[in-house]
Design a protein around this ligand. Structure first.
Ligand code: ATP
Length: 982
């Protein structure tokens, strides 16, 4: 086991004066660069006049607020790996409380101040325990959407408790000085920001660094698992981190309140959050001081821009660009801060067992439901007014954009918050093309393609860095689009009439709301078919595999980056169609038609409906946009605003989880009428049997018809070579100059105590980690610069210690995924619904599953299998991948002791059947000694012995490395794994 990358390095003290001095030095340098740049721009007349000092001072003060908020965002991110969208509102709520305490109850300023900080801290802690922690088994995006709900709730609550004390009426901090600098009046509140903020952050840093709690908070954030093992309650520490963040937010809000007009919903909405997020991103979501300093820097940049170009929307664009650049220059991070597939929690409809799926009555259920719904939609205009048709058209357009989120977020697992802005691009293109060419069909096609390309461009920076980076870039885009991009004269300018579809095949312009409604409905059906094609095709398998376990997908030769980009393209295309549908329904469109809130609403809507199913976004749109149409007054509003939050807390998978039992009930009814047991045997913890599998392999003649392109070299020739590989993680030298060679047809065992560097060596061989120095040769080719998927493509395939595979995919889907190496799925054919080769893959997967004795589990999701059965499934996948050389990482881990002998037989059988070369890491000494031709032993990152099992077994350095004990004794005791270092 290797520990997760230590998060939070930056506040943990680092040795060396130079290192410690580096950051402030860089900050001073950046400040000097900014001043120099200002001077240069000034000299060239790009900046209007010499920027007065007060502008910079104001920037510093405002920047402090961004910095403080950024610090809170980083704290929360480090604890739960989520972005808290209620962060600003939690502070605003504290500020509202402060208003009441200081003004109504006449409590002295600083006492009320302390009380307000406590209120916000408690609110944040409550949000963490009541909402975020409840949703911890669901994907992070659900928690994020829930924090949006918490934010909305708090805004309403804040307005309820305090609607009087705001703006100039709001108390200024007592005892602090107020003075003038040039034209700027530094009020008491500004003084507070300027002088108290650094002190407050300093106090927090000292608390985190010096106190027992602080240490625990950092330890829990860096590695919850090991923190728990050392007796720290990780969850309590994360509550504490939220509480600190809440207090910080209140601190900011109370001091900024007197400088603002009214502390309303928008004052703490996405705009403010984006500035804070930008600062947090520059701090790599890790470092508190860098986040604070960046916030100040951004404040100065903002004031400079506003001073020189008032009202131009340049601030948002600059933030967007800064985020892009900050992400692009950041080093690729280890993927270990990823969540492990928790998508099952939002699964809407469980896959039905195959024999049920085959029943005609069950088969027609889906299409019958869809056709009935569309027929109902088609006759709807007959019963509603023309203007209501226009409103319903809007719902349809939102649903189309929602479908695109279903693809990107539901399948791809990437949260996008800028999809309505992407839709806006589609709208503009559709307007331009239709007015210039007169062809609405061409306009729609180009609208989709253009929006798809924009979506790819926004996705690019987030491609390298996993986690929530797409969320950040897309949010920035959602903010920059309406205030700058769309207002440009070459986009929408002041606003324009988008025109109604006319010409072939529409006939005259679709003037009435009803006519247009049918057009929108037709586009909805097109988008629905596209999204459906994607969901049922091999392409969705690729997306889901990457979402569930990117590393493993790449080890299975899936080109993760390409697939993600294709996902962005497909999602963008559908959003573009949605944007065009929306635009032409209106009589005039402007930047204001595509507000940031629409991008966020459409995500909330999709998650609310059910992100994991096709119709989720439609259900969500009906709830969020349809309910308020009913004449039920505030109930409708309450249902959409707070109902959303409550619903997600109740069913993380959204509305679909509420209606799913209806489908299951109907299916059970049909099954019983056909005499089929609807609940097939519960096989979860009854593991597949390695001995039976070995027998199956022996008798089945496993070779699949297609062979991978490259053929294996003759036995005995060098196949895999490691040359002087070195890798350090910080101060840990995991691998120190390892060289060895594996010849075709060999089985090589890699042994060594815990932490010897075996897994890291595998990562280097497989291309998952770049070596500091050294090379890897495979089949005569230097593959050192080739990524894992490229190496897998060439036939060098690795397995993982935990055999986690793809938690939400079924055994059949997983095996079909591994057939992709030899029979790749086409992106275009998938989206167009041409399911070439799917049947064949299904047949081959079926045969392999049967040969491996996995028939009982074929429709079970991987996460419901025992480790032993997962191992066998993994081996089935490895066979389907048709490797030349297999790197197996502890194949016996999780397999019962009595099964390991059979496992050895199984591996030998596979090797013989498939002409494999094997490199195996094993702690089970009898097993590895039994199957290997040669053993390589490692300790402390170095190779300590190499040779036939008998020689290595008695090698003094090997004996020494195994805790000074005798490896033969370990072997005899039969508990190799336990005593060899576990
Ligand atoms: N990403 C990483 N960040 C920091 N340290 C790491 C990382 N990966 C590995 N290490 C460290 O490198 C050393 C070698 O780890 P590695 O997992 O390769 O050993 P191993 O022999 O495979 O051990 P095990 O048998 O427990 O799997 C360990 O000290 C580990 O803590």
């Amino acid at each position: 086991m290797t520990p997760p990358e230590a998060a939070g390095d930056s506040v943990i003290s680092r040795p060396g004066l130079l290192r410690r001095a580096r950051k402030p030095f860089l900050q001073i340098l950046a400040f000097a660069a900014a001043v120099a740049l200002t001077k240069i721009l000034d000299g060239r007349g790009i900046i209007q006049a010499a920027t007065p000092f007060p502008v910079i001072l104001l920037g510093t003060i405002v920047g402090m607020t961004y910095g403080l908020l950024a610090v809170g965002i980083v704290l929360v991110y480090r604890s739960n790996r989520i972005i808290n969208f209620a962060h600003g509102q939690i502070g605003a709520f504290g500020a509202a409380f402060f208003g009441v305490a200081a003004v109504k109850w006449h409590i002295p300023y600083w006492i009320a101040f302390a009380m307000a900080l406590l209120v916000s801290a408690a609110t944040a802690a409550a949000a963490e325990t009541g909402v975020v922690r409840r949703l911890r088994s669901a994907p992070r995006i659900v928690s994020i959407v829930a924090t949006l709900g918490v934010g909305q709730f708090l805004v309403v609550l804040a307005t309820l408790i305090n609607s009087t004390a705001s703006g100039p009426l709001y108390p200024q901090p007592a005892w602090l000085p107020a003075f003038d600098v040039g034209g700027l009046r530094v009020t008491q509140a500004y003084s507070g920001m300027l002088f108290l903020s650094p002190l407050f952050v300093l106090a927090i840093v000292v608390f985190l660094k010096r106190s027992r709690f602080g240490l625990a908070v950092r330890a829990a954030a860096a590695n919850p698992e090991s923190a728990r093992m050392s007796g720290i309650f990780a969850s309590r520490m994360s509550t504490l981190a939220w509480a600190i963040a809440g207090a910080l937010s209140a601190f900011t809000a109370i001091l900024t309140a007197p400088t603002q007009g009214f502390v309303g919903a928008d004052s703490f909405g996405p705009g403010l959050l984006l500035r804070a997020l930008t600062a947090a991103v520059i701090g790599r979501m890790q470092s508190l001081p860098v986040a604070l300093a960046s916030g100040v820097g951004l404040g100065i940049v903002e004031q400079l821009l506003l001073w020189n170009y008032p009202q131009s929307g340049l601030v948002e664009v600059t933030m967007f660009l800064i985020i892009l650049v900050a992400l692009l220059v950041q080093r690729r991070r280890g993927g270990r801060d990823e969540e492990k597939g928790s998508w099952a929690a939002v699964q809407g409809l469980r896959a039905l067992p195959e024999k049920l799926q085959r029943l005609p009555a069950v088969r027609v259920m889906g299409p019958a439901f869809t056709i009935t719904s569309i027929a109902a939609l088609a006759i709807l205009p007959l019963f509603i007014s023309n203007s209501l048709s226009v409103t319903v058209t809007g719902i349809i357009a939102f649903s189309i954009v929602g479908l695109s989120i279903g693809v990107l977020t539901g399948l791809g697992g990437q949260l996008t918050l800028g999809q309505f802005a992407v839709a806006a691009i589609g709208a503009v293109i559709s307007f331009k093309v239709s007015t210039s060419s007169g062809s609405f069909l061409l306009a729609l096609l180009l609208a989709g393609l253009g929006a798809g390309l924009v979506s790819v461009v926004i996705g690019l920076p987030a491609l390298r860095l996993r986690g929530l980076m797409l969320t950040v870039t897309t949010l920035a885009f959602a903010l920059a689009a309406p205030v700058w991009l769309l207002t440009q004269p070459w986009m929408l300018g002041e606003g324009l009439d988008p025109g109604k579809p006319s010409g072939w095949p529409f006939g005259g312009p679709l003037e009435t709301g009803r006519d247009y409604y049918y057009f929108a409905l037709a586009l909805f059906v097109v988008a629905l078919v596209l999204a459906w094609n994607i969901r049922r095709s091999g392409f969705s398998r690729l997306l889901v595999a990457i979402r569930d376990n990117e590393e493993n997908a790449r080890a299975f030769a899936v080109r993760a980056s390409l697939v993600k980009l294709q996902g962005y393209l497909a999602g963008g295309f559908i959003a573009g169609i949605g944007g065009a549908t929306y635009a032409h329904s209106l009589s005039s469109i402007s930047a204001g038609s595509f507000p940031t809130s629409a991008s966020i609403d459409v995500v909330v809507m999709t998650v609310l409906g059910g992100v994991s199913v096709l119709i989720g976004p439609v259900l969500g749109a009906i709830w969020v946009l349809g309910l308020p149409l009913l004449d039920i007054g505030n109930i409708g509003l309450a249902a959409t605003k707070f109902g959303a939050l409550l619903l997600i807390l109740w069913k993380a998978g959204g509305l679909i989880q509420v209606v799913a039992p209806i489908r299951d009930w109907i299916v059970r009814f049909i099954a019983r009428r056909h005499g089929i047991d609807p609940e097939p045997s519960h096989v979860g913890d009854d593991p597949a049997d390695a001995a039976a599998t070995a027998q199956g392999v022996r008798t089945s003649g496993l070779r699949l018809s297609e062979r991978a392109a490259a053929s294996a070299p003759p036995a005995g020739t060098p196949l895999l070579q490691a040359r002087d590989l070195r890798k350090s993680f910080g101060g840990v030298h995991a691998v120190r100059g390892v060289s060895f060679e594996v010849r075709a047809g060999e089985t090589v065992g890699l042994i060594g105590p815990n932490g010897a560097g075996k897994t890291t060596t595998f990562e280097l061989l497989g291309g998952f980690t770049r070596p500091d120095t050294g090379q890897v040769f495979f089949n005569g080719e230097d593959v050192s610069k080739v990524g894992p998927e490229g190496r897998a493509q060439r036939g060098l395939i690795r397995s993982f210690q935990d055999a986690a595979l793809f938690p939400t995919m079924t055994v059949k889907e997983t095996v079909m995924l591994s057939l992709e190496r030899v029979q790749p799925t086409g992106f275009l054919t998938s989206t167009l619904g041409v399911m070439l080769g799917e049947r064949k893959k299904e047949r081959q997967a079926g045969a392999l599953i049967a040969a491996m004795g996995l028939d009982r589990y074929r429709d079970k999701p991987i996460q419901e299998l025992s480790t032993g059965t997962r191992r066998i499934t993994e081996i089935a996948c490895l066979v389907a991948l048709q490797p030349m050389c297999l790197l197996l990482d502890e194949p016996s881990s999780g397999v019962a002791q009595r099964e390991t002998e059979a496992l050895g037989q199984l591996l030998a059988e596979l090797k013989r059947e498939l002409d494999l070369t094997l490199v195996v890491i094993e702690h089970d000494i009898p097993l590895i000694m039994g199957i290997s031709d040669r053993i390589i032993a490692m300790a402390d990152g170095e190779l300590i012995a190499e040779g036939p099992p008998d020689v290595v077994r008695n090698h003094p350095r090997v004996v020494d490395a195994y805790l000074g004990g005798s490896i033969t004794a370990i072997e005899r005791s039969g508990t190799g794994a336990a005593s060899a270092g576990r």
